[in-house]
Design a protein around this ligand. Structure first.
Ligand code: ASP
Length: 482
């Protein structure tokens, strides 16, 4: 009887995992029938997955803005500050731990000792020339968007224009190239997060006067969560076709792994250690609870992260799992998760460090203490700056390569296996955000109880309890105001 109950409660997660299995089988089956597939056929295979992804993406913007404003606005300033600081400290500490782990692994395994594989150098790099200073300044610039409507669609970036003459190009330093600023396609989530926090703090401070607008954001965030509840039921099919489409699209998979296997294995070892050992231990040490149930309750979010390769697209599902299954107070989850999904990427940070050192090893570049420290800082910044979208880490890696004096084109080395590594590192990114939210909730429980009744007495339900208490945040925010 117990077995059937567990099955019923976890039906969606089980179906989604079956979707992954079916996607892999379908992908390889289709490859066996015909290879390579034409771009149009790939398009057809991907179609259903694409629709699922579009639905999730449609939720990101309203969910992030409304959740942050509602959560921050319903806390008093000192409590939001406390929760915010706890979350940021957790993000920094775990990201640095991930980077250090990556560096230890890559310097002891030395995956780049046999030199560069010759079959990947021709892969087209998806990189642009920038200096580290430009990338860091862009990160801060994007925190302050000049136009909020534009921020929903465009992100600012500095572009360097090299001299047209190739000789002059080679003889001048990048710092002397012409600098241009431009807005490129892609939501500036960082800017919207920053503004939402400011708006939430302001509305909370306005008390009664701010209440109508705050109520609107509370209602919007609840509505987004209800829609999320519907969309997640499409995940089994969506994830299946996303994965099948990707497999059909990839060229000679086994060849890629032959030459990049050691690098792939090093990143994977780091991700597994960080996700299955480091983070759960941190959870257990601080909450004095075993992490298994908490992790099992997050399985739907994990599979969605694997299927979509995007922590932003997974955000609605992560929130749903945390609130309805792990019973994290929405004032905490809706505050820290959107920020976490944007800046906290342990998997990406680890991978950036491993990849950069692997490339340096292949080119026989010695690593001194200064370079290792530089790589650690740059990998952390690159992970913060990477958007929660597929393969964003590939773009910010240019900065890490820059730090150790390697050209941006070398990013091409990691491209062949990046589509798969990206899925695994996104899972770790989402796991890091989830454990962070669980920890911050645990630490802030007493403070939250002081301003309103707790969401529930138990922090975790049995796996699969998918009740979403949509009235909780509303109720708490009423209480905070009364
Ligand atoms: N795809 C990752 C994420 O969304 C970012 C990356 O590492 O490329 O979390």
């Amino acid at each position: 009887m117990k077995g059937s109950k567990v099955l019923r409660e976890n039906l969606l997660a089980i179906l989604t995992m079956a979707g992954v299995g079916a996607g892999v089988a379908l992908g390889f089956g289709l490859r066996a029938r015909e290879s390579p597939w034409s771009p149009r056929d790939v398009l057809y295979v991907k179609y259903v997955g694409e629709l699922f992804l579009r639905m999730l993406k449609a939720l990101i913007l309203p969910l992030i803005v409304s959740s942050l404003v509602a959560a921050v606005g319903s806390l008093d300033l000192s409590l939001s500050r406390k929760i915010g600081i706890r979350a940021i400290v957790y993000y920094m500490v775990t990201t640095i731990m991930a980077v250090v782990l990556g560096i230890i692994l890559v310097t002891s395994i030395r995956p780049g000792r046999s030199g560069p594989p010759d079959d990947v150098v021709d892969v087209q790099a998806r990189s642009r020339e920038t200096t580290t200073a430009d990338t860091l300044m862009d990160l801060v610039r994007n925190l302050v968007p000049p136009n909020l409507l534009e921020a929903t669609m465009k992100t600012y970036q500095t572009v360097l224009i090299p001299p047209e003459d190739p000789v002059e190009r080679n003889n001048t330093h990048k710092n002397d190239w012409r600098v241009k600023g431009e807005f490129s396609d892609g939501t500036n989530i960082l800017g919207l997060v920053a503004f939402s926090v400011v708006l939430g703090v302001t509305l909370g401070g306005l008390k009664e006067k701010g209440k109508p607008l705050l109520d609107m954001f509370v209602a919007l965030s609840e509505a987004m969560m209800v829609i999320t509840g519907w969309v997640v039921w499409i995940s089994p099919v969506g994830v299946c076709f996303l994965i099948a489409g990707q497999l059909v699209e990839e060229k000679d998979i086994s060849e890629r792994f032959k030459s990049l296997g050691l690098y792939f294995g090093t990143v994977m070892a780091g991700l597994i250690i960080h996700g299955l050992i480091t983070l759960p231990i941190i959870y257990t040490v601080f909450t004095k609870k075993l992490p298994f149930r908490f992790l099992a309750n997050m399985s739907q979010a994990m599979v969605t992260a694997f299927g979509t390769a995007s922590s932003s697209a997974t955000l609605p599902v992560t929130m749903e799992c945390l609130e309805s299954k792990n019973h994290v107070d929405p004032r905490v989850s809706r505050f820290v998760l959107p920020i976490g999904a944007t800046i906290n990427m342990d998997g990406t940070a680890l991978y950036e460090a491993v990849a950069a050192i692997w490339i340096a090893q292949m080119h026989g570049k010695p690593m001194d203490v200064g370079s290792i420290i530089g790589i650690s800082i740059a990998s952390t910044a690159a992970a913060i700056g990477a958007a929660g979208i597929p393969q964003a880490g590939l773009v910010t890696m240019v900065m890490v390569l820059n730090i150790i004096g390697l050209p941006a084109e070398y990013v091409s080395y990691v491209v062949p296996v990046d589509w798969l590594l990206d899925r695994f590192r996104t899972m770790i990114n989402v796991l890091g955000d989830s454990i962070g939210a669980g920890l911050v909730y645990h630490m802030s429980k007493a403070d939250l109880d002081d301003i309103g009744s707790g969401a529930s007495d138990t922090e975790e339900s049995s796996p699969g309890d998918s009740r979403t208490d949509v009235s909780v945040i509303e109720h708490k925010h009423q209480q905070a105001f009364s």
